[in-house]
Design a protein around this ligand. Structure first.
Ligand code: 26V
Length: 812
């Protein structure tokens, strides 16, 4: 790398001049960002090449993590950190009169994901490389990532995120490794002399999948893995012949456009599955390109097919890439001549599946007609998998029609992707203990009964390199000064901070860092939003997708209640609080959009009322993203994790906040349960119904939100303000839908039921926050106990128990 600052500065200037034709004086900030990025990329390339060679030479088993989403965020800072040149580069730039953080802001966020599932994939890649494990990501190179959210007149408006309009300096296009993916057409079969069936696939539409590789740099080691993003392009031969046949350039261009559209954009809806043809095309495009490239690599190793599972693990991130199963079967049988039984054994032993949601509306199923016409051969294979599976069930549970219909992969004219994923893999995991228990004993109960050994838990994690070392450098330095740096490689060593629990000066230092982070964040809010916030107020933050079950509405109703209280009693004592929200709603999710509108209306009312705005402020931060999360999390006091119990599979934001010393207000849901186990009752504010209580209400059918409305004066007051004339409704009817959901349609997510308990928890927060020492101790305990939520722990578990891979060890 660079042996000194001087060497770096010289190389940097040379890069700027030779590659971009600019000098320090004439370069724009973007030029300097690009020069720095490409310079670092060149340094990475060497390690990248060596890592690949090492894997090949040693025939190392490799993990291929198939995911429709990789929410990478920015890579510059992370790569500098992992290459161990962050400080050197920062100081070098400083001497040249440039600020690293300024340059970092020039990089666009790679927002190729919706939320938790996509960000988890990104954290996993960082951990795999940092643990010196051979694991790569396979995804799509969407031209447009997650939409840009603007708030106009208090409402969400979506704009396309053309993130590639600026060069993505980290990618390397590899046209020579392009792969053909086939859609449509017909399949015919013939029998040879031995009676073996052969399938012929004709009249299909070929599309080229061109890989763009992004290096994934391990922390201070020699490992550089690959995130391979596939982009759709017309197949050259096919377009030439079409142009000739049709003799018309216009047709040719139209055709080219329609092919390329496959990797055009990320579907921005993570709440409902709506069976769009283009989405299925995207899924198969990723899967087919990915599996073919794995097979191509495997064949070069020159080992027998039966050892495929010892050389490759194919992991599917939710059911979106579940077609990996029939695609691998197709290649093994149709292209490599392997018989069904052996192909099935190889496939099942190689594939593993993570489930990320139990929400039935998000479970994927595809109409049979669509799968058959778009993927005729794949459909035949899925049917055969289904037939054989149902036969097996019949011999285990003879006559149990109900069970077989319930478990079938193809039923009611639909292909059920979760069923395909379970039947075709050797491991199925949930993402937090509670979630896995719900899968085993409720949502997938019958499958668990059939395949008990396949189910296991892998509680999610987050990379402490991005989410602590890079985003909160002051805190990371204090930790290292206090307990040394072993925690960096073994994050569970953070628990050694507990030895400082009675050390007042240490607790003060923690407090000071939090305060400085709040001041910096407040400045950013002032500059970007034009809102003045008081850094001495409690920073109370809810940042995540907007969804009914996540209950941003509960938070909003709490603020309305505080407002009402302060208006009724201006002398009321209140600890000042600033409520921050960041949330995108799926474009077609009207209810979620109405909640965004309500939050913005509350902000308008509260922030403009001098009678309250010394005590309460509300800030809706538009266009929440990975890089915004990195700014706000270090400045947070209260982490809102208030989903209705049973609904949030895990949550990972909860872990990021904890690691940065925020205290959680949360329900016993997802990984909150495990956070509570680790920090204990005194260091988390748990409220609300438990999962058991919720099931009890379901069983009894005994929940009545309207009786709560009628009996709780506070709730009635707030809800009436939504529909009658009030500062919040301004006499308009837009919030009627919220009132109806809560009162008329019996409050699907138990918002009203949990409201009183939530209020009590928040009261306690305000009281406790004033006792500075105790509060700092809570913050300390959260940091000290957060090590277990590093994705390094999660990845070690996947590696040992699912993928059966080891650390590769130092590459030389
Ligand atoms: C769902 C769908 C439905 C079909 C159409 C496209 C689409 C795209 C994304 C999704 C994702 C829903 C699943 C998800 O993001 N789950 C979240 O996963 C996190 C990581 O495991 C976990 O922490 C969150 O609790 C869980 O909601």
């Amino acid at each position: 790398m660079f042996s000194s600052k001087e060497e770096f500065k010289a190389a940097f200037k040379e890069q700027l001049e030779d590659r971009y034709g600019r000098t320090l004086e004439t370069a724009s900030e973007y030029d300097t960002y690009r020069a720095l990025g490409t310079l670092i990329q060149e340094k990475i390339n060497n390690k990248w090449l060596h890592t690949q060679q090492h894997y090949k030479r040693n025939k190392t088993k490799q993990v291929f993590y198939f995911s429709m989403e990789f929410l990478m965020g920015r890579l510059l800072g992370n790569n500098l950190l992992n290459m161990d040149v962050l400080t050197l580069v920062e100081e070098g730039l400083d001497e040249l009169g440039l600020s690293l953080s300024g340059l970092e802001e020039k990089e666009s966020d790679a927002g190729l994901g919706n939320g938790g599932l996509g960000r988890l994939a990104a954290c996993f890649l960082d951990s795999l490389a940092s643990l010196e494990m051979a694991g790569h990501g396979y995804g799509l190179r969407y031209k447009y990532g997650m939409f840009d959210q603007h708030i106009i007149d208090g409402k969400q408006v979506e704009f396309p995120d053309y993130w590639l309009s600026k060069d993505f300096v980290w990618e390397v296009r590899r046209p020579d490794e392009a792969i053909e993916v086939r859609f449509g057409g017909q399949v015919s079969s013939t029998r040879d002399k031995e009676g073996k069936l052969h399938f012929k696939y004709e009249h299909y539409e070929p599309i080229q999948a061109v890989p763009y590789d992004v290096p994934i740099v391990g922390y201070k080691n020699e490992t550089v893995n690959t995130l391979r993003l596939w982009s759709a392009e017309p197949s050259v031969g096919d377009t030439m012949s079409r142009a000739e046949k049709e003799g018309e350039f216009g047709h040719f261009l139209g055709h080219k456009r329609s092919l390329e559209s496959i990797s055009d954009f990320l579907y921005p809806d993570d709440s409902t599955e709506d069976g769009k043809r283009l989405r299925l095309k995207q899924e198969y495009f990723l899967v087919s390109a990915g599996v073919q490239s794995v097979v191509r690599y495997f064949e070069k190793l020159g080992v027998p097919w039966s050892s495929f599972p010892e050389k490759a693990a194919l992991h599917i991130n939710d059911t979106h890439p579940a077609l990996v199963i029939p695609e691998l079967m197709r290649i093994l049988m149709d292209e490599k001549g392997i018989g069904w039984e052996e192909a099935w054994e190889i496939t099942r032993s190689s594939v593993s599946y993570t489930n990320h949601t139990t929400l039935s509306e998000a479970l994927e199923s595809w109409p049979v007609g669509l799968v058959r016409s778009l993927l005729p051969r794949i459909f035949m294979i899925i049917n055969e998998i289904n037939e054989r599976f149902c036969q097996e069930l019949w011999s285990t549970y003879p006559g149990d029609f109900d069970r077989i219909a319930d478990l079938a992969i193809v039923a009611d004219g639909q292909v059920k992707m979760a069923h395909l994923s379970i039947v075709g893999s050797h491991s199925i995991n949930g993402v937090a203990k509670l979630h896995t228990e719900i899968l085993k004993h409720r949502e997938m109960k019958r499958f668990f009964h059939t395949f008990p050994d396949r189910f296991n838990n892998k509680t999610n994690g987050i990379t402490h390199r991005r989410w602590l070392m890079h985003s909160n450098r002051k805190l990371a330095s204090l930790i290292t000064e206090t307990i040394g740096d072993t925690w960096i490689h073994e994050p569970q060593q953070l628990s050694r901070l507990m030895s400082r629990k009675d050390d007042l000066s240490f607790l003060d230092q923690l407090h000071d860092i939090k305060h400085q982070n709040k001041v910096e964040f407040a400045e950013w809010v002032q500059q970007t939003q034009g809102i003045t916030v008081n850094p001495h107020s409690i920073f109370d933050v809810q940042i995540k997708r907007l969804h009914g079950y996540k209950r941003q509405l509960l938070n909003a109703l709490h603020i309305m209640h505080l407002y009402n209280e302060l208006k009724a009693d201006p002398a009321m004592e209140m600890v000042p609080r600033t409520f921050f929200f960041g949330a995108k709603a799926a474009p077609g999710y009207h209810f979620a959009k109405t909640v965004i509108q309500l939050i913005n209306r509350i902000a308008e009312v509260v922030n403009n009322d001098p009678a309250v705005n010394d005590y309460i402020k509300v800030v809706f931060l538009p266009n929440y993203s990975v890089s915004m999360a990195e700014k706000i999390i270090p400045a947070t006091n209260i982490s809102e994790q208030i989903s209705m119990a049973t609904k949030e599979a895990s949550g990972t934001g909860n872990m990021k906040f904890m690691m940065n010393g925020a205290v959680t207000v949360g329900t016993m849901d997802g990984a909150n349960v495990e956070i509570h186990d680790h920090v204990g009752d005194d260091n988390i504010y748990i409220f609300g119904l438990t999962s058991e209580e919720i099931w009890e209400y379901y069983n009894q059918g005994s929940y009545s939100s309207s009786s709560i409305y009628h009996n709780d004066e506070r709730i009635r007051h707030i809800l009436d303000e939504l529909i009658h004339y009030s500062p919040f409704s301004k006499g308009e009817t837009e919030f009627q839908a919220i009132y109806d959901a809560l009162v008329t349609y019996n409050d699907e997510y138990f918002v009203l039921k949990d409201f009183p308990d939530y209020l009590l928890a928040q009261k306690k927060v305000s009281q406790d926050y004033q006792r500075k020492r105790q509060w700092n101790l809570k913050s300390l305990v959260n940091i000290a106990q957060s090590g277990v939520f590093s994705s390094d722990r999660t990845i070690q578990e996947y590696a040992e128990e699912i993928w059966k891979i080891n650390r590769v060890g130092a590459l030389k």
